[in-house]
Design a protein around this ligand. Structure first.
Ligand SMILES: Nc1ncnc2c1ncn2[C@@H]1O[C@H](COP(=O)(O)OP(=O)(O)OP(=O)(O)O)[C@@H](O)[C@H]1O
Ligand SMILES: [Mg+2]
Length: 471
């Protein structure tokens, strides 16, 4: 008797969140989709994820040679050769043109493997099902075989099905009905940009409220999905953990910033360069003061411009070269340049979430959020807002504090962004008062207007402090 049933995974975080319970002790999973939708990659991801956890996987392919498969999967950081050498993976190639008579031989052969390989992938099932279209007896045998493997042998069986371009219906007959999970991979084209979705068409015994998971295929990484947190698990801000600004004045007005909260900074479009970057640098100095790992996602400037502006600022303020600051920045800060015009909205969020997963920052600074908002938000403002809100919740759930810096576009956009932020910093000028002022608002505090100089003094204080430290 097996003391502990193998617990299967799908290897894609969002899918495991939704379908983990369904596939836990074995299931029949059908992956369908149009050509190039990512079926092989998803099936291999499932195989790889389980084999890496010690559950051997058998991959039956009617598509490509083992060498091509291994090479292709290395592009996604999956080393099947290594798993094969540890006896956790077996590639079983079948000729594309098969004789219906061979089905019985195939079933017999697969049965001999079934006690060892608890995960079986057939990529793809379509040629087999076409082969037996007219032979209902063999069809029943084949379908029963996969069904029993999942149910009686408690294996995870993954069947890939090819759906011709332009068609959405599966028409795979009984296999759709006996499957526990049916995933349909879909590609959409919006403004010339591809967006991929995994549509959960069927999930037996799972309360699925999300029917569509956007995903992205990333070179060297593989499949990454972005699943918004479900409403019943709305995360709260971590009040016990908070960070103080590097100067007294800001702390008095804004109070320390709580982990997982979000700040919105609006800067007038005609601000001068110092005025533009000082608010971001003050946030950065807050992170450096607390030794927080920081990720800057910049939508307009190439990487390192952000860091360079801090080092240049410090060089102007501090007579000696400040190696302590350089060291701190090198250790703690990463910058990524993201061009939102090259991605669909779904891809953009999946990409950003992936960057946060990779860098694991405690503070995330997003510079010039007005750019993605104008590119993606004008045509479909509700969709854009939903994604933004879900992304902020995702960050909050992980305790990532977010600073979103924007050019002031219009009052509506300012109010919308402020409404989802715990702290608001707005730089402004009036005709009567041409010197830059800052309106500061923080939850549970009285709003206040201060001079811009207070902000730059705050940065100076930090720079002096760090640069005069003894090494
Ligand atoms: N290195 C890579 N980086 C990013 N995307 C890639 C890379 N290699 C392939 N892709 C994308 O992956 C997709 C192909 O995935 P996959 O082979 O899993 O699809 P499929 O549904 O199995 O296709 P088919 O119907 O031809 O079997 C293609 O759309 C391709 O654009
Ligand atoms: Mg394929």
């Amino acid at each position: 008797m097996i003391s502990q049933s193998p617990r299967f995974v799908l290897g894609v975080e969002s899918l495991d969140d939704i379908l983990g319970k369904v596939v836990d002790f074995g299931a029949l999973v059908l992956i369908a989709g149009n050509p190039g939708a990512g079926k092989t990659l998803l099936a291999s991801t499932i195989c790889y994820a389980n084999a890496s956890r010690g559950i051997p996987c058998l991959y039956v392919s009617l598509q490509e040679t083992k060498e091509v498969f291994f090479r292709h999967m290395r592009d996604f950081n999956m080393d099947f050769g290594e798993l094969e050498s540890r006896d956790l993976f077996k590639y079983y190639g079948l000729p594309i043109i098969m004789d219906p008579e061979l089905i019985n031989t195939l079933i017999n052969e697969l049965s001999t493997y079934s006690s060892k390989y608890k995960v079986l992938v057939v990529d793809s099932f379509t040629p087999l099902s076409r082969l037996i279209e007219k032979n209902s007896e063999i069809r029943a045998i084949l379908q029963n075989f996969f069904y029993n493997l999942a149910k009686i042998e408690k294996s995870l069986v993954v069947l890939v099905a090819e759906i011709p371009m332009g068609k959405e219906a599966l028409n795979l007959g009984d296999i759709e009905f006996v499957s526990d999970v049916v995933l349909f991979l879909r590609q959409c084209m919006e403004r010339g940009l591809v967006t991929r979705f995994i549509e959960i068409r069927k999930a037996r015994e799972a309360p699925v409220s999300i029917g569509e998971v956007p995903f992205k295929i990333i070179d060297k990484v593989g499949i990454r999905s972005f699943l918004p947190p479900q409403l019943e698990e709305l995360p709260s801000i971590i009040r016990g953990v908070s960070y103080e600004y590097p100067c007294k004045e800001l702390n008095e007005v804004l109070g320390p910033i709580s982990a997982g909260s979000s700040m919105f900074v609006a800067i007038p479009a005609d601000a001068r360069s110092t005025e533009n970057y000082v608010p971001g640098l003050v946030s950065l100095s807050l992170a450096l003061k607390h030794k927080l790992k920081t990720l800057v996602i910049d939508y307009v400037r190439p990487p390192h411009t952000f860091i360079d502006s801090l080092l240049e600022y410090a060089a102007k303020k501090s007579p000696r070269s400040c190696d302590t600051l350089k060291k701190l920045v090198n250790e703690l800060v990463s910058v990524e340049y993201v061009n939102p015009a090259t991605m669909s909205l779904e891809e953009l969020y999946t990409h950003e979430i992936e960057l946060v997963r990779q860098h694991q920052p405690k503070l995330l600074i997003l510079n010039r959020v007005d750019i993605p908002s104008r590119i993606h938000g004008i045509e479909k403002p509700e969709k854009y807002f939903t994604y933004l809100w879900n992304e902020l919740l995702w960050f909050r759930k992980r305790g990532v504090t977010v600073v979103r810096i924007s050019t002031y576009v219009n009052r509506e956009s300012y109010l919308q962004n402020s409404s989802i932020s715990e702290t608001v910093v707005r730089l402004f000028k009036t005709l009567r008062e041409p010197n830059l002022k800052i309106y500061l608002w923080s939850e549970r505090k009285t709003p206040k207007i201060i001079d811009f100089q207070v902000l730059s003094k705050c940065l100076d204080e930090f720079v002096y402090g760090v640069c005069s430290e003894k090494k």
